[in-house]
Design a binder for this molecule. Structure first.
Ligand code: ADP
Ligand code: MG
Length: 267
């Protein structure tokens, strides 16, 4: 049985079916990718899984329980956490505070209480800070904890988001375009971070990703969405050689990239 079993999931926005009868199984301990052109419904799928949108149809079973009707905080409490396509840190808060935010579902006292208490350093706050520091070390930012988040380079902000997503001790983490905006070196480093999330912390990973080196480099299974529908699924080799995928996505992308390169040459 999979850790996450999605069946027939459907979401319409007016006349547009953003996610159309999508079924996906995610095995415990796996690394999977969801790919597809812009507007294919990838982020909407994550929003359905995490309780931001309610599906019009379909089932979501996670760790043996249905998630339908749960709020995002309840989904997080059930063991699923995520990062966002557009970074959503509290820009004025420090890096360590942003990671502490991710632990709130595990805390008895509120974060605001923790952050605003004058004096007094209770054992819970100490544990929270220690854990945040450990997570920052894990993502390679141990010396950045006291920096204001907005001052960090983009790639580092994405790492903070991953640390925050891990702070609730999830079973599954959903990463929405985690290497967007990274340079090629940063993407390669991020790839090894995603692998360590699974290998060292035992967290199952699903990522939406455009960088084909990352997708082909770490995914055990790739699911391809196009116009809201899953059009293919399989190993990296299956996907790379699937004519439908090449036509719908890899081909179009390659064509667009070629045109961009030619455009640069001409200008
Ligand atoms: P992807 O992440 O694959 O690029 P999205 O899931 O963001 O695609 O979007 C899929 C489609 O659903 C797009 O056509 C998008 O415009 C539409 N869409 C997404 N969210 C909403 C919304 N809240 N209201 C209306 N349309 C939406
Ligand atoms: Mg998206």
């Amino acid at each position: 049985m999979g850790l996450l079993e999605v069946s027939g999931l459907t979401k319409k926005f007016g006349g547009l079916t953003a996610v159309n009868e999508v079924s996906i199984n995610i095995e415990q301990g796996s690394i999977s990718a969801i790919i597809g052109p812009n507007g294919a419904g990838k982020t909407t799928l994550f929003n359905l899984l995490t309780g931001i949108y309610k599906p019009d149809k379909g089932t979501i079973n996670f760790d043996g329980h249905s998630l339908i009707g749960l709020r995002p905080d309840q989904v997080n409490g059930a063991g699923m956490s995520r990062t966002f396509q557009s970074i959503r840190l509290f820009p004025g808060m420090t890096v360590v505070e942003n990671v502490m935010v991710g632990m709130h579902s595990r805390l008895r006292i509120s974060l605001i209480q923790t952050l605003t208490r004058l004096g007094g350093f209770n054992s819970q706050e100490k544990r929270v800070r220690e854990k945040a520091a450990e997570l920052l070390e894990f993502v390679g930012l141990s010396d950045k904890g006291d920096e204001v988040s907005r001052n960090l380079p983009y790639g580092d902000q994405r790492r903070v988001e991953i640390a925050r997503a891990l702070a609730s001790d999830p079973k599954l983490v959903l990463l929405d375009e985690p290497t967007a905006g990274m340079n090629p070196n940063e993407s390669v480093e991020a790839m090894s971070l995603f692998r360590r999330v699974r290998d060292e912390r035992g967290v199952t990973v699903v990522l939406i990703e455009h960088d084909m080196r990352v997708v082909m480099g770490i995914s055990e299974k790739i699911s391809v969405l196009d116009y809201g529908q899953k059009i293919a699924e399989g190993s990296p080799v299956d996907i790379r050689t699937n004519p439908r995928v090449v036509e719908a996505y890899l081909g179009r992308r390659a064509t667009a990239e070629m045109e961009a390169i030619q455009g640069e040459k001409q200008s």
